[in-house]
Design a protein around this ligand. Structure first.
Ligand code: MN
Length: 313
């Protein structure tokens, strides 16, 4: 039994579903369809991933791969992606429709992880979420962030949260990953997990709070053999337009705060947010009492603060 996963675009998946119409089987959760032929079982997921299982998976997969394989992404297929997104800015109608929003937290803080949350909201939930006071987490205090995150949790709104802990952050940073690439992969994973979670639930688009140029985002994904999900949009300050992004910012921030509390307890210091001179002084204190290696599990070591702390040793 062989197994192969390939990323396909929406159009191809639609074509496949038609092609396999007579072989369709019961779809598992998160799948667009599953087909059972003599040679293979083919499962297409909402995330764009298509799983081929069977005796001759390559032959089956090759039917759909004409120059679209990720590892050998050809120029024409790249062009097609660009054309699909002549503008990465979402239509205004997205903000009042069923959609997914994604935002991250902790990227500017020396201590603590980077967290990213993708949230799925339906058009009916939007006014209720607004009434609750869901908004950009940067505009509200920590207590309110935590309170709102709890309220979102009780509403059973589907979301997916990714936490990049400091050890891992420092490890991949040392391997040459920029913070931008880390963020891109976190958003991508959060969105894909959420797409799998919501299954067949309809949505008009996916909105990422823009932190880099969309083509740079695509390149980060490509470098990890990943491809952006169909109908993905980018805009800066997205949390002020999209309640899904705002909810994402609240969930991500609440998780960041919770992790900071855990880390503070573990290391025995009240870890500070941000990257100010106060942080430099605290770093010096931690190094003096716990040693420099203790920072690896609580801090983003490549920040200039690590160096600046020397002034206070
Ligand atoms: Mn943001």
């Amino acid at each position: 039994m062989g197994q192969l996963t390939i990323k396909m675009d929406e159009t191809t998946i639609k074509k496949m579903k038609t092609y396999y119409a007579k072989s369709l089987d019961k779809s598992p959760q998160g799948a667009i369809f599953r087909a059972r032929t003599e040679a293979a079982v083919i499962t297409a997921y909402r995330s764009g991933k298509v799983l081929f299982q069977g005796s001759d998976v390559n032959a089956e997969a090759n039917k759909w791969q004409t120059g679209k394989s990720l590892s050998t992404a050809s120029a024409p297929s790249q062009k097609r992606t660009t054309q699909q997104h002549t503008s990465y800015r979402p239509p205004n109608s997205l903000f009042t429709s069923n959609h997914i929003g994604s935002d991250e937290s902790g990227t500017g803080d020396y201590f603590g992880p980077v967290t990213t949350a993708a949230v799925y909201v339906t058009s009916e939930q939007i006014s209720h979420l607004k009434a609750l006071g869901i908004q950009d987490s940067k505009a509200i205090n920590d207590q309110t962030v935590q309170k709102l995150a709890k309220e979102i949790a009780t509403l059973n709104i589907p979301y997916s949260l990714m936490i990049l802990h400091n050890e891992k952050y420092n490890q991949i940073q040392a391997q040459g990953w920029s913070q931008g690439k880390m963020k891109a992969m976190l958003h991508h994973s959060a969105i894909n997990r959420l797409l799998d979670k919501i299954g067949e639930a309809p949505y008009d688009g996916i909105l990422i709070d823009q932190f880099c140029q969309p083509n740079v985002y695509m390149n980060y994904l490509k470098s990890e053999n990943e491809q952006v999900a169909p109908k993905t949009y980018f805009m800066t300050k997205a949390e002020s337009y999209s309640i899904a992004v705002a909810a994402g910012s609240v969930i991500a921030r609440a998780s960041f705060l919770q992790e900071m509390e855990k880390l503070s307890n573990e290391i025995g210091f009240d870890l500070l947010k941000g990257a100010s001179v106060k942080v430099d002084k605290l770093i010096a204190q931690i190094i003096r009492t716990k040693g420099k290696q203790s920072l690896n599990s609580v801090a983003k070591l490549h920040f200039k603060n690590t160096e600046k702390a020397r002034e206070y040793m």
